[in-house]
Design a protein around this ligand. Sequence first.
Ligand SMILES: Nc1ncnc2c1ncn2[C@@H]1O[C@H](COP(=O)(O)OP(=O)(O)OP(=O)(O)O)[C@@H](O)[C@H]1O
Ligand SMILES: [Mg+2]
Length: 267
Amino acid sequence: MAISIAVASGKGGVGKTSMSVNLGLTFAQMKKRTTLLDADFGMANAHILLGVKPDFFISDALKGTVSITQTLCAGPAGLNFVSGGSGLIDMLNLDKKTRYQTIRLFDEIADNTDILVADVPAGASDSSLAFVAAADKVLIVLVGEPTSFLDAYSLIKAANIDAGLTNFSVVVNMTQSEAQSKAHFEKFKSIALRFLDVRLDYVGHLPLSTRVRQSIVSRKPISIDAKESRENACFQKIAKNILTSPNNETGGIRFFDQQIVRNKRVS
Ligand SMILES: Nc1ncnc2c1ncn2[C@@H]1O[C@H](COP(=O)(O)OP(=O)(O)OP(=O)(O)O)[C@@H](O)[C@H]1O
Ligand SMILES: [Mg+2]
């Protein structure tokens, strides 16, 4: 059964795309049939990190000119990639119906997919929340700054109150050590749990490192090009932990909704 993971943060520039790309590649190397969705419509940039050039975008599949399978392009390690495109103004503020259609597009690949990773845009817009709410697992990327804490808190609160999500995995990025990451997590958790009835699981960290920045400049993802690095060890640990973290089971619009997938197969 295919599972979906939304990578989100609230605050921008905290490492969602770096995390999504490397986790996608890590799952692919674990022989999981993985698709990475760059859901950052309008500002899509995951293809640059991956070093691929998509011919088609989600908007093409929504228009019906191509199927979602045709939008997939092959990345390293067998990772499939689908882009939100850039500068697609009409995709920036998707209305409710289009958000639903976007999520349902992926039913077509349910049988050929083990894991869908969605790189969700910063902020708590309706589109960001729709992708978060539609995923089985939510990975919150946090950095040790008050603004990151505040924006992550706002996103979790909205996802909890508006969509009923209760389980969130947290990765702490750009720290000096694992101990520092855990300390940031504990602080964030103690603040969040004061006001929200949710479960937060620490799933790992990524150190502040020039290798991460350089991997983007050189377009050579760490999980492919620096397999022995401490950063790649972090991605492997996060990938393993997120797979065992609890799923959200809300009644709303979800990726790979099994009942809908089954009905589509019959019709
Ligand atoms: N662990 C790290 N060490 C050093 N630099 C990092 C690390 N993680 C991310 N960066 C850098 O931070 C910048 C933002 O990263 P990234 O694009 O992955 O963030 P994002 O959350 O996707 O941003 P946006 O909200 O704009 O989509 C990039 O220049 C990236 O190289
Ligand atoms: Mg990004």
